[in-house]
Design a binder for this molecule. Structure first.
Ligand SMILES: C[S@@+](CC[C@H](N)C(=O)[O-])C[C@H]1O[C@@H](n2cnc3c(N)ncnc32)[C@H](O)[C@@H]1O
Length: 216
């Protein structure tokens, strides 16, 4: 596993202060990983933004553009209830409102796609959009992780990185199983983030490599 050393923040102007102020599950080292990827990328897409913790780490550290894909539909999943408060539950559509508030000062760098991950992937593929960095943190069951990897991998620009959250065999065995089966060369880069650099031949057909020479 790659280590994020304290010198990283000093060597690069990475900013995770706003991201850290937003509820979510990403650790500091994971936010730094996203920040560092964003620092090097122009076209970024994230699937699963929730309140925007990971989104802010991306937006605040890129000179480019971030697409945030999410349904922002309260699903009732146990993992979401950890952060629910009575006032939030009473307010309809609170997740999307809270996300929008958290992004109010970075609208110029953000494109919001509200809808299902697989629909978004079909639409962006039809538009021939490609991305330098795609980060998957949506549904964590086996079927949906497989759907997400298969839908989004072709949209990573050759040389770009496909990554995802919750590579955690104890809490999310389905994520680990799907990643190991579909992307056996992926690495567990920091904490619970997996990643793979997508290589491409001259015709744009991707082949995978686990060489993540990010210096993290
Ligand atoms: C674990 S949360 C994302 C957390 C976020 N990355 C953070 O840093 O706090 C998962 C999010 O994925 C969204 N989601 C789950 N399945 C989805 C799907 N199939 N399409 C779009 N969004 C989905 C949920 O609405 C939820 O907001």
């Amino acid at each position: 596993m790659l280590e994020i050393k304290p010198e990283l923040s000093a060597a690069y102007p990475l900013n995770i202060a706003r991201a850290r102020s937003i509820e979510g599950w990403m650790s500091d080292v994971e936010l730094l990983y996203l920040a560092f990827q964003a620092y090097q990328a122009k076209d970024i897409l994230e699937i699963g933004s929730w309140c925007g913790r990971s989104t802010r780490a991306l937006v605040d550290n890129t000179q480019g553009h971030v697409v945030a894909v999410d349904t922002w539909a309260a699903s009732g999943d146990e993992w979401q209830k950890e952060f629910w408060s009575a006032s939030m539950i009473l307010e309809s559509d609170w997740q999307f409102k809270y996300f929008t508030e958290n992004m109010s000062d970075v609208q110029d760098k953000l494109e919001v796609y509200r809808g299902l991950s697989t629909h978004a992937a079909m639409n962006y593929a039809a538009l021939q959009r490609q991305f330098d960095f795609i980060f998957i943190d949506a549904s964590h069951d086996y079927k949906n992780v497989v759907l997400d990897i298969n839908a989004w991998k072709p949209l990573v620009r050759p040389g770009g990185v496909l990554a995802g959250h919750d590579y955690d065999p104890k809490r999310w065995p389905d994520v680990v199983r799907a990643v190991n089966e579909l992307l056996p060369e992926a690495s567990n880069v920091v904490d619970h983030i997996w990643a793979i650099r997508i290589k491409g031949d001259e015709n744009g057909n991707g082949s995978d490599s686990n060489t993540i020479s990010d210096g993290l």
